[in-house]
Design a protein around this ligand. Structure first.
Ligand code: 5RP
Length: 224
C-alpha cells in the first residue's frame, strides 16, 4: 500500500467517530483532505463543520459542507486531524502544514480529538520532525534566540522557491526548530508558550489526541 492509501484508509475509518447531527472540527493537511472527501459522502448526517485553515474551509465548501465560524459555535463533538509525529501517549507535533494555531484552537473546544495518520508518524520520542512555532513577525529574531537557548536549531520557514517568510492564515510566521529530543512534551509546550511573541507552538501535549488511528499495511492500529 502507498502512503496515500494508508492515509485514505484511516480517513475512512475516522467516519465512525463522526457524531450525527453535530458540528465536526476538521484539521488540515493531506490526511485531513482525505477525511473531508469521506465526510462529503455523509454530509447530510452532520450539522456542519469548523475548519482549522482557509484551505480546509475551501475544500469543505467545495463539497457543499457547511462551515461555521467558531465564534458562532458553543461546542464541537469531535476534532479529526492528522499529525507530523505522535507518541503512544497521544502527544503530537503538528504544524507541518502551517495551520497549528487554528488547529489548536479548534481542538481546544472539541470534546474528543481523533488523530489520523499513516503508521510512520508513530514515534517513541517526539522531535525528529522539526517543531513548528508560529510567531508575531516583529518578534521572530528574539524568539529564535530563546529557542536556540532551549537547545534547538531554529530556522525561519520561507515560501516555496523564495527567501521571503511564509505567512500563515493569521499573518504570523513559522519557525521550524530542529534538533530537539522532546522527552517531556507537556513541559516544553508550557515553556515555549511563555516566550513573548509566540502565537502557538506545534506541540499538542497538554491537549493531545484521545484516539489515534494509524494506517499500516497489515491493517488499522487504534491507540486510545
Ligand atoms: C497541518 C498539520 C498536519 O496535520 C500535519 O502536517 C500532517 O499532515 P499530513 O496529513 O499531510 O501528513 O499539522 O498544520
Amino acid at each position: 500500500m502507498t502512503q496515500d492509501e494508508l492515509k485514505q484508509a484511516v480517513a475512512r475509518a475516522a467516519i465512525d467517530y463522526v457524531v450525527d447531527g453535530e458540528i465536526i472540527g476538521v484539521g488540515t493537511g493531506s490526511t485531513a483532505n482525505f477525511f473531508i472527501d469521506e465526510l462529503a459522502r455523509i454530509k447530510d448526517r452532520i450539522k456542519g463543520t469548523v475548519a482549522s485553515s482557509e484551505a480546509t474551509a475551501a475544500r469543505l465548501r467545495g463539497h457543499g459542507i457547511p462551515v461555521y465560524d467558531l465564534n458562532d459555535v458553543s461546542s464541537i463533538a469531535v476534532y479529526i486531524d492528522g499529525a507530523d509525529e505522535i507518541n503512544a501517549g497521544g502527544a503530537m507535533i503538528k504544524g507541518g502544514g502551517a495551520a497549528l494555531t487554528r488547529e489548536k484552537i479548534v481542538a481546544s473546544v472539541s470534546k474528543k480529538f481523533v488523530c489520523i495518520a499513516d503508521g510512520s508518524k508513530l514515534v517513541h520520542v517526539l522531535g525528529k520532525f522539526p517543531l513548528p512555532v508560529e510567531v508575531i513577525p516583529m518578534a521572530r529574531a528574539a524568539v529564535m534566540r530563546q529557542l536556540e537557548a532551549l537547545g534547538g536549531q531554529p530556522r525561519l520557514r520561507t515560501k516555496a522557491g523564495s527567501s521571503d517568510p511564509f505567512i500563515t492564515d493569521n499573518g504570523g510566521e513559522i519557525i521550524d526548530v530542529a534538533g530537539l529530543s522532546i522527552v517531556d512534551p507537556v513541559a516544553l509546550e508550557t515553556q515555549i508558550n511563555q516566550i513573548v511573541g509566540v502565537i502557538a507552538v506545534g506541540l499538542f501535549a497538554q491537549r493531545g489526541a484521545n484516539v489515534c488511528l494509524l494506517g499500516r499495511p497489515d491493517g488499522l492500529q487504534t491507540l486510545t
